[in-house]
Design a protein around this ligand. Structure first.
Ligand SMILES: Cc1cc2nc3c(=O)[nH]c(=O)nc-3n(C[C@H](O)[C@H](O)[C@H](O)COP(=O)(O)O)c2cc1C
Length: 201
């Protein structure tokens, strides 16, 4: 773990933007969380289908499980946001869930981004989520995963492409390694992170 100031077991929560049975995004997120557990974290996968979250009415909110969702995010040291690519962006289900959250829950939280797309050139959903994460004062990791050709890359047997599988596991590792990144000003000042640190991408 990089620059940890106190020892504790990080808690990593994954939020899945797909509501589909057999979601490939969910399969990838399960792999992220498995890697996080192997690196010492406790984990939870949020399946939005089990949350009552009507389309947000910001002025006259309806009864919902928003408090439960907010508490789950607030308890997390790191959050993985996983989404299918829908028309070049992330899903409405994930947007609605994030709209129920506030900076209070996300500030100082490390965020890892993962996109799963049917097509060959994913990435735009991640870019949009990076903007949202920043707006919520979270700390999006430079490590991100954009999975192309979802039908063949992720099957019921798991992630079929070794490079993608490695990348997904690295995201799980980094969500743990940088769980406390918001409290590391000393490592930034001493130049142990950032440009020239040897990262390969
Ligand atoms: C409404 C909708 C819009 C989609 N738009 C795109 C798209 O713009 N680009 C793309 O590559 N795939 C697109 N797809 C395909 C999904 O990204 C792909 O099937 C993905 O695996 C779905 O994730 P899931 O398995 O977690 O549900 C779209 C699928 C749906 C249902």
């Amino acid at each position: 773990m990089v620059g940890t100031t106190e020892s504790h077991e990080p808690h990593v929560v994954a939020l899945c933007g797909s509501l589909r049975d057999g979601s490939r995004t969910k399969i990838a997120l399960e792999s992220v969380l498995e890697a996080a557990r192997e690196n010492g974290a406790t984990t939870e996968l949020v399946d939005l289908r089990s949350y009552e979250l009507p389309s947000l009415n910001a002025v006259e909110p309806e009864p919902s499980d928003a408090d439960h969702l907010r508490a789950t995010i607030a308890d997390a040291d790191s959050v993985a946001l996983g989404t299918p690519n829908y028309h070049g962006s992330y899903t409405g289900a994930l947007k609605n869930a994030l709209d129920y959250c506030r900076r209070e829950e996300f500030a100082e939280t490390t965020v890892g981004l993962l996109e799963v797309a049917g097509g060959e050139f994913p990435g735009s959903a991640i870019a949009h989520l990076r903007t949202v994460s920043r707006t919520l004062h979270a700390w999006p990791l430079p490590t991100e995963v954009a999975v192309p050709n979802s039908r063949t890359t992720i099957t019921d047997d798991g992630i079929e492409d070794d490079a993608v599988a490695d990348r997904v596991r690295r995201l799980g590792h980094d969500l743990v390694a940088y769980a406390d990144v918001s409290s590391y000003p000393e490592t930034v000042e001493s130049g142990t992170t950032g440009a020239g640190s040897g990262a390969d991408d």
